[in-house]
Design a protein around this ligand. Sequence first.
Ligand SMILES: Nc1ncnc2c1ncn2[C@@H]1O[C@H](COP(=O)(O)OP(=O)(O)OP(=O)(O)O)[C@@H](O)[C@H]1O
Length: 309
Amino acid sequence: MLEIDGISKRFGSTVALDRMTFTVRPGELYGFVGANGAGKTTTMRIALGVLQADAGEVRLDGRPLDAASRRRIGYMPEERGLYPRMAVGTQLRYLAELRGRSASEARAAAERWTERLGLAERRTEEVQRLSLGNQQRVQLAAALVADPDVLVLDEPFSGLDPMAVDVMSEVLRERRDAGAPVVFSSHQLELVERLCDRVGIVRSGRTVAEGTVDELREASGTELVVVVPDAPGGWADGLPGVAATRAAEGGTVLTLADASEPTLTGVLDAARRTGPVHEFRRRRPALAEIYRDTVADAPREPVEPGVAA
Ligand SMILES: Nc1ncnc2c1ncn2[C@@H]1O[C@H](COP(=O)(O)OP(=O)(O)OP(=O)(O)O)[C@@H](O)[C@H]1O
């Protein structure tokens, strides 16, 4: 389990992190999302010991991280720190050996991961001669080659072609299924929604919402889609428990102030009085919408871990 507990970090007068807190559990794929400059890379760098926090603690399996436990983490940095002139295979073997693997283990792991990530033909090529997407595959191989217990990946999907996105997704799921905590940052919210068990939304260096996408949906309020073709405009305005209405999704979308049984029954009865009801369902907002709403009205104080804002 990887715990980021109340990490703060300033760069001069810039507050990059302000009590950043979240936990990635074993066997969990955790999506770390937030605007440019929200503090994702800084958090990951601190977790890997590349940067020092001003306050707070990072723990792995309950113990503060030290040099030895950091070696258990496979890290894919945003700045993609590979040696440009080294051949792919040599580089991967070198990184595996640096992390304590024997020469034969390192060779086997480099072969396995280059094979798996579609890089077998590129093993003898210099990294700098590869396309950016292929360099990124090598970077993922570099994070995996020493068989880490935890994966921390900074925007691993950016710039990948659809096939590479599929391979990356599959590898992350596999590591998760093998019991590793896996955390990655991304601006591709559809992908995060599809892939992640839990999501942390950060703003201005703090976690402002956290949970499964369904929990975040629940916390973002209830909307109903009602399609009543014969209804006059404004048919749902002012119904008890209805905070707002708008025309969308081929009918009327009602934002409920409360999603209680009487409110739902009242809306359904009102809809029926206008004529046939073609659709009556709860709307499921996409993560991108929840994200926009959450970031727009984020609270000033951070939420308790595990509680969606
Ligand atoms: N080395 C540094 N020196 C000064 N300021 C920094 C440094 N690194 C980060 N910052 C600042 O800290 C804040 C958080 O940056 P960070 O890179 O962690 O954000 P991010 O969420 O990863 O953004 P992005 O989505 O653009 O990658 C920003 O205001 C950034 O300008």
